[in-house]
Write a protein that binds this ligand. Structure first.
Ligand code: ZN
Ligand code: ZN
Length: 413
């Protein structure tokens, strides 16, 4: 007995508010949403008020107006950035508002635009948003990101289908992966979050000195910092509000030591970044730093990413996801990091989450770096997992213990 589309959409909006952002009665909600996703957005606003929101403010976005700028604006104007949205987000986060982002993007939006200009805008925006990003990455407020289909994205995932059919197919995939098709979606999520909690407890108990990855094209050793903290599933604000920052989420993750990555890693999925797809890329690390980067497609975009700043050439996240995750099982490539990262073991170039090092929230910038944490304007996940990946944990005494074999956990959490 399957649920109707409308029921699943209701479930999805409800999950975003209750499990995702964990909205508290009396709290204000800042909701970022694309104009194309107005029906879901309105439903989320309803659910938020029903959950006790004091005020919901919607910040509408529109990718077509972003594209218009690249097509028509003077070339010397790209050091300027729109500030209304960042100002609003910073102000709200200082007040303790929750933030929910409905993320829906055309992965090819900017593919024909000058990558230099795209990188310039990206960097200016990241500089301007830094105080807000800091609050988000230290989980000072409850926040979440959920996805919704827009036509261009749906057509990219289902290229053989017409507009309406592709959007329908993408919705069905989203509902299944986010458990909105279950009779009791909240209970299904609580069970899933419990399994993630047990995995991260196991890895925290082990506190491996190093992780060693082997797969076709990959032979990589990551040093782990002292005081490493594995996280995943539920996060908590300092005030104890539980939230799930990404929906879906299948990962447990930590921060590798910024100076201790050695060897080569091959990406196993294309990376959708700055409106382009970087495909078939490999990175070689020495002393924690990328010393060689090649890509079969859009190598220049990859180079621009690495040029963001020093920290963009180092790793800020290591995440473990079994190959049998529901996203991987769907067999689909989503061209959207929120989905693809949760199909696969991944790493991130750039900023580490402060909470991945014990006491990291209260360390000065210098002390966080000294503890092995990475800092950067950027944080970009890329996928490296497959059914051919083996991962060992190396104990402080130097013994290797299996963590994953052929892409699956080898211990029962
Ligand atoms: Zn991740
Ligand atoms: Zn990440």
């Amino acid at each position: 007995m399957s649920l109707s589309f409308d029921q699943m959409l209701q479930n999805y909006a409800d999950l975003a508010v209750r499990i995702g952002v964990g909205l508290q009665p009396g709290q204000r909600l800042m909701l970022r949403a694309p104009v194309e996703c107005a029906p879901l957005t309105r439903l989320v606003v309803d659910k938020a008020y029903q959950a006790g929101a004091r005020l919901v403010e919607v910040l509408w976005g529109d990718e077509q107006t972003t594209l218009s700028r690249y097509l028509h604006a003077p070339r010397d104007s790209f050091d300027e950035i729109p500030t209304a949205a960042p100002d609003y987000l910073l102000k709200g986060s200082e007040r303790g508002d929750a933030v929910l982002s409905i993320y829906a993007a055309d992965p090819d939006l900017l593919k024909d635009q000058d990558p230099g200009l795209v990188a310039q805008v990206q960097k200016q925006a990241q500089i301007y948003l830094k105080p807000f990003s800091r609050r988000i990455s230290s989980k000072e407020i409850n926040w979440s990101i959920v996805a919704a289909p827009v036509t261009a994205w749906a057509r990219k995932v289902f290229p053989d289908q017409g507009e309406d059919e592709a959007a329908q197919s993408l919705w069905e995939a989203i509902f299944r992966i986010c458990r909105a098709d279950r009779p009791d979606p909240v209970a299904a999520w609580n069970e899933h979050l419990d399994a993630l909690k047990q995995r991260r407890a196991y890895l925290n108990g082990k506190s491996y000195a190093k992780l060693h990855y082997r797969a076709p094209g990959t032979d990589l050793t990551l040093g782990m910092p002292a005081g490493q903290v594995w996280l995943g599933g539920t996060s908590h604000t300092p005030g104890g509000v539980a939230f799930v920052a990404n929906m879906p989420t299948e990962e447990v993750f930590a921060a590798p030591h910024r100076l201790e990555a050695e060897g080569t890693v091959a990406a196993t999925k294309p990376l959708s970044y700055a409106g382009s797809l970087i495909e078939g890329f490999r990175l070689r690390f020495a002393g924690g730093k990328v010393v060689e980067a090649t890509a079969e497609k859009n190598e220049q975009v990859l180079k621009h990413l690495l040029d963001t700043d020093e920290g963009a050439t180092r790793l800020g996240e290591v995440a473990l996801v079994p190959h049998s995750s529901p996203i991987s099982a769907s067999g689909l490539l989503f061209y959207n990091t929120l989905y693809d990262e949760n199909a696969s073991c991944h790493l991130a170039l750039g900023r580490a989450y402060r909470i991945c090092i014990d006491g990291g929230e209260t360390l000065s910038d210098e002390d966080f770096l000294a503890a092995g944490g990475n800092d950067s304007l950027t944080h970009v996940d890329f996928m490296i997992g497959s059914d051919a990946m083996d991962i060992d944990g190396i104990t402080p005494a130097g013994d290797a213990e299996p963590i994953m074999r052929a892409g699956e956990w080898v211990f029962e959490a």
